[in-house]
Design a protein around this ligand. Structure first.
Ligand code: IVH
Length: 684
């Protein structure tokens, strides 16, 4: 008798496994790596499909359930162990919100609410859904003690030191708030203007394009150095107060938060109970959608919350979402168009970025002709060819972006499409391109490449650097083309006649340019270092280096060890400086600059001796400065730093957990200052 064959054990449907894996990967990219693999809408649609499938499959086969399914868990932004962030547990889980694009589902939500709460008592609060990063702020006895990201919902990353650098977040609650533990939740975000300015800076200084405000905000919170985080223009909106005694209404909490000087979004609306309350709620949603593009920050929908806190508690939650809140999401406008060609931009440090040239198409009120493609990995991921039929979206991104190729429409194209490959040579100078192992970017290493020269010159002349008046991109191009200018030092060799010889250059303008150049010679070492465009050296590091070394010569001769020892100069910066000052081509330029009479040393401006003749004492833990740093900063500003408080003490710089020194200062009437106040005082 043949051995009895066992029936094959049943397998979960392939689509279920596929969706779980796909969404887990998208979550990981979004929350951990700050990169979107798909649009929000695409993610939401797949999640919806997964939720339905999970329900159907696990009803028949409970064994196929997976507690880690993205349908049941919030996406995690927890950083990897060993990356320097302590984990902190959430007292109240940080959940996600159920969301929908459909008015009908908003009405379903209301039906569920009224299943538990009499309709006549259901009041809603509408708030814009800010596209940022959720944050939990813990206050103990009215003092901010901890700031934690959502993480996996039960524990998050402790980012307190970075959060303390956001000036609009109160470090203390007013006296009329109860003592004990209070948790404030809200969203850290970046305004569009701040993002664009920071992106411009990032492109200019780091040659790196940022994806969108949300990822930039999230990345900023995960910086290891709070001083770096302090430079990021982050904003905050508070939208919830959590405590054990949930009395009153959510609306009252928002008012309390605003009174306690938390930034609370002014766009909030209470919708009173009525026979058709949801009609009114949806009207608010429609009204805000119209003004959406005029807001200074990105919103992706409206959060609709049951107002009564007891009602909220009565409604409860699932493992993933509270049942008293829903987000009505706005559809992102998308359009189909033809990707006609790809051009390549060469950045200041030689990074080659592909840019899509599109058949012009109307989108969100503007005509879109170009879209960024980020890099070649992105092109490969999207499977783009050229020409191609593509979908473009503006949605959560400020810069339009291609979200997909419409593969089935390719046959409509008149020309056969071919793959998009990295150019074999620099599109501007023809030099060979190189690619680092770990980097996705292709780079032109020719320092004389005109594209790099033009950008380097513009950076050199920009406001934060040498601030050379009257030297715009068109003139720069003309100068490079004429062969008169090949590096920043050549600018100072220009004569009026050279400029007048250029087309469309009037006598007066030529004179202005020469005057602008002359004036810029005195900017000093800090601005010069920034202006030279040394990789990773920004405005602040330029200043730190100038202050530390005093002269260009001292900096040029510094060893790796000496560079690394400088406060605030990391290993990457030190290496970049060292390489820069050991490259003969750069040394030649520096020599020429010196010959033209540029100021190559550093003189502390008068303002920096603001504290001359004063005596300061430091106590407690400061938000971002270490003791040594604080001492150095005060001393650089002319103050004497002493160990103990006396009548002669000018001021006490105080931080968290300050003890007897603070008490003594208060007793003697010695002024007490925070790090933030000192920063303001010194214009930092
Ligand atoms: S309330 C339990 N209000 O949206 C509900 N969330 O997709 C707590 N968000 O994690 C959140 N604006 O990061 C709330 N006005 C707002 C919001 C808001 C943005 C974010 C928040 C949340 C995510 C859910």
């Amino acid at each position: 008798m043949p051995p009895s064959k066992k029936a094959p054990s049943p397998q979960p449907p392939a689509r279920l496994l596929e969706l779980r894996a796909l969404l887990a990967e998208a979550n990981d990219a979004y929350y951990r790596r700050g990169h979107s693999l798909m649009t929000d809408a695409a993610f939401d649609a797949l999640l919806k499909e997964l939720e339905a499938l999970e329900e159907k499959v696990t009803a028949a086969h409970p064994g196929f359930a997976d507690a880690n399914s993205p349908a049941l868990r919030v996406g995690s932004d927890l950083s990897e162990p060993g990356t320097g962030f302590r984990k902190a547990a959430h007292k109240y889980p940080m959940l996600s919100i159920q969301n929908t694009y459909s008015e009908e589902e908003v009405r379903d939500f209301h039906r569920q609410v009224t299943g538990k709460i009499p309709e006549a008592e259901v009041e809603y609060v509408c708030e814009p859904k800010i596209d940022g990063v959720a944050m939990s702020l813990v206050y103990e006895d009215r003092v901010l003690t901890q700031a934690v990201t959502r993480g996996d919902g039960t524990q998050g990353d402790d980012v307190t030191r970075n959060i303390r650098t956001i000036r609009t977040i109160p470090q203390k609650l007013p006296k009329d708030w109860p003592a004990g533990r209070i948790e404030v939740r809200g969203e850290v975000y970046m305004t569009q203007a701040d993002f664009l300015a920071f992106n411009e800076y990032s492109m200019r200084v780091y040659d790196r394009e940022l994806q969108n405000p949300r990822n930039t905000a999230s990345g900023s919170l995960k910086l290891k150095d709070p001083k770096e985080a302090a430079k990021r223009p982050l904003s905050f909106f508070a939208y919830a107060v959590l405590s054990d005694e949930a009395e009153g209404t959510h609306w009252e909490n928002l008012e309390r938060l605003a009174k306690a000087k938390f930034p609370v979004n002014a766009l909030r609306e209470k919708v009173a109970p009525s026979a058709d309350v949801m009609a009114d709620v949806l009207k608010v949603c429609a009204r805000w959608e119209k003004i959406r593009d005029d807001l200074p920050y990105l919103i992706d929908g409206v959060v609709i919350k049951v107002n009564g806190l007891r009602q909220q508690a009565a409604l409860g939650r699932t493992a993933k979402n509270p049942k008293w809140v829903i987000a009505f999401k706005y559809k992102t406008e998308a359009a189909e168009t033809v990707l006609e060609s790809v051009s390549y931009q060469v950045g200041r440090t030689g990074v080659v970025t592909p840019v899509a040239n599109l058949k012009p198409v109307q989108l969100g009120g503007t005509t879109v002709k170009r879209a960024t493609l980020h890099n070649f990995d992105e092109i490969e991921r999207l499977g783009l060819r050229v020409p191609d039929i593509v979908m473009v979206e503006k949605g959560g991104e400020i810069i339009p972006k291609i979200t997909a190729a419409v593969v089935e429409k390719r046959p409509q194209l008149k020309t056969r499409s071919r793959p998009i490959l990295p150019p074999e040579a620099c599109p501007v100078c023809g030099s060979e391109l190189s690619k680092d192992e770990e980097e996705v970017a292709w780079r032109c290493d020719n320092l004389q490449c005109p594209a790099q020269v033009q950008r380097a010159l513009l950076h050199f002349g920009s406001r934060g650097a040498m601030n050379i008046e009257n030297l715009g991109p068109a003139l720069m191009d003309a100068l490079i083309e004429s062969g008169k200018v090949r590096d920043v030092a050549d600018l100072y060799a220009l004569k009026r006649e050279d400029l007048e010889a250029l087309e469309r250059m009037a006598e007066k303008s030529a004179q202005n340019v020469i005057a602008g150049l002359e004036e810029s010679k005195a900017r000093g070492l800090d601005r010069l270092l920034f202006g030279l465009g040394i990789r990773f050296i920004g405005k602040t590091s330029g200043k730190v280096l100038a202050r530390h070394f005093g002269t260009l010569e001292a900096l040029q001769n510094a060893s790796m060890e000496e560079l690394e020892k400088v406060n605030e100069i990391g290993g990457r910066m030190a290496q970049s400086l060292f390489d820069y000052f050991h490259n003969p081509a750069n040394l030649k330029v520096l020599e020429k600059l010196k010959k033209h009479g540029l100021k190559v040393d550093y003189e502390a401006p008068a303002g920096e001796q603001t504290l001359a003749g004063q005596t300061w004492v430091i106590t407690g833990t400061l938000p971002t400065w270490s003791r040594d740093e604080a001492r150095e900063i005060l001393e650089n500003a002319g103050a004497k730093v002493s160990e103990s408080v006396s009548k002669k003490t000018t001021a006490l710089l105080t931080g968290e957990a300050a003890g007897s020194k603070l008490a003594k200062a208060e007793k003697l009437g010695v002024p007490v200052k925070t790090e933030e106040e000192v920063r303001a005082l010194l214009g930092m």
